[in-house]
Design a protein around this ligand. Structure first.
Ligand code: NDP
Length: 241
């Protein structure tokens, strides 16, 4: 990047490990990117902090717990000195938790915590980031969802399991459509990263994080406003709602 060019700006939630960490790692391979990596415990995010020395892009780490609404509402104070001038080009709502319950065994408090983290959190993060997105050049919001949130596919894929998780991702998908309806000037995508080898995906998963994330970044950097409201897989296939 020449000294006069503005960087492309990114905010990734849940950046301490797994898909979020790999997103940040790949983004930082380019001098053009400025990445705000949000995690709930920056002190413990050793792998994330380790990217600082080796990266070409610029890394800023902020504290953000997406299940804590006060923490989200406080985020603009941390973001203003970093993104105040440039705005935000890409918001990636990645942080998420899973549940191993079924419809007839679920604990309603756990269900609410999963929905709080996976759907209400991304909704509020999108709200507080809106002024920064409005200033940005790309105006893209990417929600990391799951095929588990698809009304047509979820039961076929995992049967009765992951009930709270599936419902939370359906809510996230609906958030995508409602955000698009309200703000047609933004480009909002909901995307399944595939079954990825992370703490959540487990060792048996099909994809290495590198492959999933390079697919995700190809998609998110090439989407146009005409793609807003799409439900995609990491390889660009459309997922039935
Ligand atoms: P991991 O469990 O490996 O990592 C989850 C990340 O989310 C961690 O960085 C964790 O932070 C963060 N996180 C969890 N809760 C919060 C919170 N309240 N506030 C801030 N950060 C939080 O999961 P993956 O990387 O695999 O998953 C990332 C996303 O991809 C999720 O939304 C998941 O649903 C989705 N996904 C993953 C699939 C897979 O196969 N792996 C398949 C389909 C979708 P901390 O270190 O602090 O716990």
């Amino acid at each position: 990047m020449s000294p006069t060019t503005r960087p492309t700006t990114w905010l990734v939630t849940g950046a301490s490990r797994g898909i979020g960490l790999e997103l940040v790692r790949q983004l930082l391979a380019s001098f053009d990117n400025l990445v705000v990596a949000a995690c709930r415990n920056p002190d413990k995010a050793t792998a994330l902090k380790g990217l600082k020395g080796s990266s070409k892009g610029t890394l800023h780490i902020i504290q953000l717990d997406v299940s804590d609404f006060d923490s989200i509402r406080a985020a603009p104070k941390q973001l203003e000195p970093i993104l105040g001038e440039t705005g935000l080009d890409y918001l990636i709502n990645n942080a998420g938790i899973a549940s191993h319950d079924t419809a007839f065994t679920m604990d309603p408090e756990e269900f609410l915590q999963v929905v709080r983290t996976n759907a209400a959190g991304p909704a509020l993060v999108s709200q507080v980031c809106l002024p920064f997105l409005e200033k940005g050049h790309r105006k893209v919001i990417l929600h990391i969802s799951s095929t588990g949130g698809s009304l047509q596919s979820a039961v076929g894929v995992v049967g009765a399991r992951y009930a709270s998780y599936a419902m939370s991702k359906s809510a996230l998908n609906m958030l995508t459509l409602k955000q698009k309806a309200e703000r047609p000037d933004l480009t909002i995508i909901t995307l399944c990263p595939g079954w990825v080898k992370t703490d959540m995906g487990g060792k048996e998963a099909q994809l290495e994080p590198e492959e999933s994330i390079s697919g995700i970044l190809k998609i998110v950097t090439s989407v146009t406003n005409a793609d807003s409201g799409k439900y995609l897989r990491y390889n660009g296939e459309e997922i039935p709602w």
